[in-house]
Design a binder for this molecule. Structure first.
Ligand SMILES: [Zn+2]
Length: 380
């Protein structure tokens, strides 16, 4: 089997996050916890170092810095570069055309502005709006439900006009992907609880299902009218997520609504571990796309091969999109770029060996997944 060489394709990373202004970790635990989704202290300080992802990362960083393949040597080499030089070195080496950045996390005040990232990486930055944060702000600002609904509709009236290329929803780990319709009494009751939270704490963490579901319907109507893609967190995530409710099959009620058919849905993080279910949805619904994320979840090489094989074997390759889901440090954007090209190249090589694709078709598929599909979908 000869792998397909995808090393020179400039990437469209269709879902990642911003990069911290301050790159020097306070201590070793602060560095290690960048590579786990667990909130348990022992996981963050100790066990994270024995994942295959972490061991591979340290080895690949040692090659990058030309130092010993140990955590200490890699961190010492990293700390010799000033923050912007470090970011620039990794991002330019990864070779991006566009970074699609979820502006909802981490907090903006910790991050470099998009223009700085764009200069450091020598690529475009396309921002995406996280709708739950907008909803929370509107609930805090308005004491009447109908005013919140109107304000949300107005705020989403021209999303591209505000510079965003897509919306992002984290409903999967707030109240679940089984988004329903509720009676006005149920919604008002949930709104009253949310408003009490605002009065007590000054802000609200929107996890009131009838209210969030209702505001999402307002959002979907606007997205469909503007043919605007909506990215959904699905599957694997931090401990907030009820993994059963993060299964993309729960989206069926939304997918079957005719009036939302003009809204493209992007299922993030290969729906891990529900990759087959996500790929199935991308196969039967024209407006569903499956994101293949090679940074987070933090997986070993074998499992990255497995989800890539599943996605490519099930879904049309015009429906698959590369991403890193990298957050905070440029090493994640970089290692994911290398892993994504390599894993996809190997799986496409297998497709040629199996007779699924010709070599030319495999190269076309590589270009589509790593770059062209995102450009078309987000109209970049
Ligand atoms: Zn993300």
């Amino acid at each position: 089997m000869t792998p397909i060489d995808l090393s020179n394709i400039p990437l469209a990373d269709n879902h990642c996050h911003g990069i911290y202004q301050a790159q020097t970790p306070v201590d070793i635990t602060a560095w290690r916890q960048l590579f786990t989704e667990s909130s348990d202290p022992g996981m963050r300080s100790t066990h994270v170092t024995t994942t295959l992802f972490y061991r591979r990362l340290i080895r690949e960083l040692a090659t990058f810095f030309e130092c010993e393949p140990t955590e200490e040597a890699v961190l010492a080499a990293r700390q010799q570069l000033d923050d912007q030089r470090l970011i620039s070195k990794f991002l330019r080496s990864a070779n991006f055309d566009v970074l699609f950045v979820d502006k909802g996390y981490p907090p903006l005040e910790l991050l470099l502005p998009d223009t700085v990232i764009s200069n450091l990486a020598n690529c475009r930055v396309a921002p995406m709006l996280r709708v739950e944060l907008l909803m929370q702000r509107l609930i805090a600002e308005n004491s009447v439900l109908s005013t919140v609904v109107e304000a949300l509709r107005a705020a989403l009236m021209d999303v591209r006009g505000q510079g965003y290329v897509a919306l992002k929803s984290i409903v999967a780990y707030r109240t679940g992907l089984d988004i329903r319709t509720w009676s006005i009494d149920e919604v008002e009751e949930a709104f009253a609880v949310a408003r009490r939270e605002v009065q007590e704490r000054g802000s609200v963490r929107l996890a009131h299902k009838p209210l969030l579901d209702t505001l999402l319907h307002v959002t979907f109507a606007e997205a469909a009218r503007q043919e605007l893609p909506v990215q959904f967190h699905t599957g694997y995530g931090d401990t907030d997520a009820d993994m059963l409710l993060a299964n993309p099959l729960h989206l069926r009620a939304i997918l079957d609504r005719r009036e939302y058919r003009a809204m493209p849905l992007v299922l993030l993080h290969e729906c891990y571990p529900y990759t087959q279910q996500g790929a199935y949805l991308a196969t039967v619904y024209e407006n569903v796309f499956l994101d293949l994320s090679y940074g987070i979840p933090y997986l070993g090489y074998h499992e990255m091969l497995e989800f890539t094989r599943a996605a490519l074997s099930i879904a049309p390759f015009s429906k698959l999109l590369y991403s890193s889901d990298a957050v905070g440090v440029p090493e994640l954007h970089w290692v994911s770029a290398m892993d994504g090209r390599r894993v996809l190249g190997q799986v496409l090589g297998e497709c040629v060996a199996n007779g699924d694709l010709s070599k030319t078709e495999a190269e076309e598929a590589g270009m589509a997944v790593l770059h062209d599909n995102a450009m078309r979908l987000y109209k970049c």
